[in-house]
Design a protein. Structure first.
Length: 141
């Protein structure tokens, strides 16, 4: 499973066990073409003859998000594997409303601007979330 080796290294480096259920969820996220809900993860695993209960899937997704190995896409409520690793700046998404395609990107300057705006308003930022919703290039054509 070379596509999840980076995530496995992060889990180990942070002191977490690399369990079979964690690998199963990482594999589903890696292969997903769009954000997947915990129920989607369970259904995909069942189609493969594997089983994880919802509680386990939710806990794994929470851990992966905590470690910045996955992100929750707010518009869809689904989860995706982080595609950017340690790239500087807050990780953001563009989501196609027609086909569900998504693109992750990071923009350090945008993150800094938002922190400065928050500071001027007397707020200390801990995390940023934003998503762009519209049509991808394919669906525009």
């Amino acid at each position: 499973m070379p596509e999840i080796q980076g995530a496995i290294r992060v889990l180990r480096a942070k002191g977490y066990k690399v369990t079979q259920p964690r690998k199963q969820v990482l594999k589903v996220l890696t292969q997903a073409q769009k954000p997947v809900s915990p129920y989607d993860v369970q259904k995909i695993l069942q189609q493969r003859g594997e089983h994880l209960d919802h509680v386990t899937i939710y806990r794994i997704l929470d851990l992966l998000c905590l470690l910045n190995l996955a992100h929750k896409v707010l518009l869809s409520g689904g989860f995706v594997k982080c595609a950017l690793g340690d790239e500087e700046g807050c990780h953001r998404f563009m989501v196609c409303r027609q086909c569900g395609a998504f693109q992750e990107f990071a923009d350090k300057s945008l993150c800094e601007e938002e922190n400065e705006l928050a500071w001027h308003l007397g707020f200390r930022t801990e995390q940023h979330f934003s998503e762009f919703f519209g049509l991808c290039a394919k669906c525009q054509g």
